[in-house]
Design a protein around this ligand. Sequence first.
Ligand SMILES: NC(=O)c1ccc[n+]([C@@H]2O[C@H](COP(=O)([O-])OP(=O)(O)OC[C@H]3O[C@@H](n4cnc5c(N)ncnc54)[C@H](O)[C@@H]3O)[C@@H](O)[C@H]2O)c1
Length: 338
Amino acid sequence: MDEFIVITGGAGFIGSELVRRAAAAGLSVRIVDNLVNGKRENIEEVLSDKVQFVEADIRDLERMKTLLSGADRVFHLACLGVRHSIHSPRENHDVNATATLDLLKLSQAAGVRRFIYVSSSEIYGTAHQVPITEETPAYPHTVYGASKLAGDCYTRAYWDTYRFPTTVVRPFNSYGPRCHHEGDSGEVIPRFMLRALAGKPLIVFGDGRQTRDFMFVEETARWILQVGLMDDLVGQTVNLGSGKETPIGDLARMVLEITEKQNGQIQNEAPRPGDVLRLWADTSRLTSLVNFRSHIGLHEGLRKLLDWYRNSGRTPEELLSEEVIHNWKAPHRTPPFI
Ligand SMILES: NC(=O)c1ccc[n+]([C@@H]2O[C@H](COP(=O)([O-])OP(=O)(O)OC[C@H]3O[C@@H](n4cnc5c(N)ncnc54)[C@H](O)[C@@H]3O)[C@@H](O)[C@H]2O)c1
C-alpha cells in the first residue's frame, strides 16, 4: 500500500507494535515521539527508508506542522499515563487534551485524509452496567481518563462539526512485548510477571476483585491499524478489548502458575487513588463493522510475554530495579511543562 502515515507515540508500547504492523503492510511511516516514556530500542530494528523516526514533542506546533505535511493518515497515540496524571495533572491535560485539539487542527489544515485517535477505556470510569458499550456513560475517575475523554470528544467533534474524517478507537488494557514495568508507566501484568520471576511478592492494590479486560498487544495494534485503514469507519467510535473480564486477584494467581511459582506470595495493599473497579468491553459494534475477533487468550498471551522476557537479555531483577511501587505518588522526573 502506497500511503504515508504519521504515528504519534510510535516509540511507546502499543505505538511500536503499530509501527511494525504498518511497516509490514508496506506503508511509509513517520514516528513522532519525544521519548519521555517511549524508547529508541522499541523501534530501532524496524527503521528503514520507509520507516522514519523523528524525536519531537507534539506540543511543539511549528514542528508538528512540518511533520504532518503530506501525511495521508495520522494515528495519534502520544499521551502521558494514568499514574502520571495523579502527580502531574496539568501536564497530563496539556499533552492528552490540548495537544490532541491542536493536532486535529493542524492535521485538517495539512490536508490529512484521516485522523485516528487512540482513546482509552479509562474514559468510562468504573462500569455500573457491564459489558461496557460505546453508549455507556463516560464518567472518568482520573485526570488521565478525563483528558483522554476530552481528546476523544474533540476528535468526534471535528467530524461532526467540520466533516474532517476522524475515527475513535477505545482500547481496554493491553499487555505484551515492550510493555512498561518501570516508573509511573508501570502496569500490572509486567510488574506481576517480573516480581514472580524474581521471587518477590505480587502487590495487589485493593482486594483484588477489581477487573480489567486484557488484550495481547499484537491484536490491539492489528485492529487499530485495520480500523484506521477502513474509510467506511469515518465518524465511528469503537471499543477494542477481548470481551472477557479478569479480576486482578485471579490474574496474580495465573501469573504465579505460568511462571511456575505456585508458592509465590500475593500481598494486598491499600487501593490506588482513582482506581477504576470494573472494566469489561462489549465489542459487538466492532464485530459487526469489521468482523472483529480476539484469538489470543490471557493464558496464551502471558506465556508469550514470559518467552519475550526470557529472551530479552535482561534479568527480572535488573528490570525490577526500574519499578516504582507507589508510582502515582512522586514524580520520578521533573516535568518540563507543568
Ligand atoms: N496500554 C494500554 O493498556 C492502553 C489502554 C487503553 C488506551 N491506551 C492508549 O494507547 C496509546 C498508547 O499507550 P501506550 O500504553 O503505548 O503508552 P506509552 O506511554 O508506551 O506510549 C505513549 C508514547 O507517547 C510518547 N509521548 C508522551 N508525551 C509526548 C509528547 N508530548 N510528545 C511526543 N510524544 C509523547 C511517549 O514517549 C510514549 O512513547 C495512548 O494513547 C493510551 O491512552 C493504552
